[in-house]
Design a protein around this ligand. Structure first.
Ligand code: GLU
Length: 257
């Protein structure tokens, strides 16, 4: 099974932007274990800007582009340092790939990207992908890592995309505001009623919210891959995902590829 796991900023960083050490250690341990069990894993990790905010001791996520990009430059290396150290403990090798929308739009560059991705998997490394935030400006940005993860999933012809978020899945209403809200376990069709549930905002440090996750679901399911939204605060659920057990919300592919 080939799995793309997207980790949101809220999953690996505290509100301050500083690393959530316990969480990150758990995630890296479980992913290492799943890899040892034979799964092919690609990660898409957010957190560059968030961790840059923490490292530079900025009071909030920057709004202007140069500071955002500076924070990403600081945070991205911190992010990879953390992953490298954690995965090394379990004898796994990480590989950083940073891309922009322009790379995906260009046939040659896109081909290079997929070739490298496949080769890294053959070599047994764990590709860790993020948008190249230091050079992706508003006009050429993919914008959020939910969309990026969906693009990566289809490019790698993966079986499943797992979005680790700060919520258990897709709810019938906003669970932070409405006690009646129920988790939707399976989505077979991204109809207007489902898409209308994507109104919520994301976290203060990350970019995406439910809307970008539903857009990602559209990209995946149309390409024949399933997608799951699960709570990143419960990384042990990844074992259930690997065993095909129900976790969070599963968006079913229109036709399995
Ligand atoms: N690329 C951004 C970062 O690493 C995250 C984008 C997102 O949160 O979706 O900070």
């Amino acid at each position: 099974m080939k799995l793309v796991i997207k980790i949101g900023t809220s999953t690996i960083a505290h509100e301050s932007g500083r690393l959530n050490i316990r969480r990150t250690e758990e995630i890296c341990k479980i992913i290492s274990d799943l890899k040892n069990a034979g799964l092919e894993i690609i990660m898409v990790s957010s957190g560059a800007i968030g961790m840059g905010v923490g490292k530079l001791s900025l009071s909030e996520r920057p709004k202007d582009m140069p500071t955002k990009q500076a924070a990403a430059a600081v945070g991205q290396s911190e992010l990879m340092y953390v992953y490298d150290r954690q995965f090394s403990e379990y004898n796994h090798t990480v590989a950083q790939i940073l891309i922009t929308a322009a790379d995906i739009a260009s046939e040659d560059r896109y081909q290079n990207f997929t070739n490298t991705l496949n080769r890294l998997l053959e070599l047994g490394a764990i590709p860790i992908i993020n948008e190249n935030d230091t050079i992706a400006t508003e006009e050429i940005t993919i914008g959020d890592n939910d969309t990026l993860a969906a693009i990566v999933t289809t490019s790698a012809k993966a079986d499943l995309l797992v979005l680790m978020s700060d919520i258990d899945g897709l709810f019938t209403k906003d669970p932070h505001q409405d006690a009646e809200a129920r988790l939707i376990e399976n989505v077979y069709e991204l109809n207007d009623d489902i898409m209308a549930l994507g109104g919520g905002e994301g976290s203060s440090l990350g970019t995406g919210g439910m809307r970008t996750k539903l857009e990602a679901a559209r990209i995946c399911t149309e390409a024949g891959c399933d997608m799951i939204i699960m709570n990143g605060a419960k990384p042990e659920l990844l074992y259930d995902v690997a065993e095909g057990k129900p976790v969070g919300t599963r968006f079913h592919a229109k036709e399995k590829a």
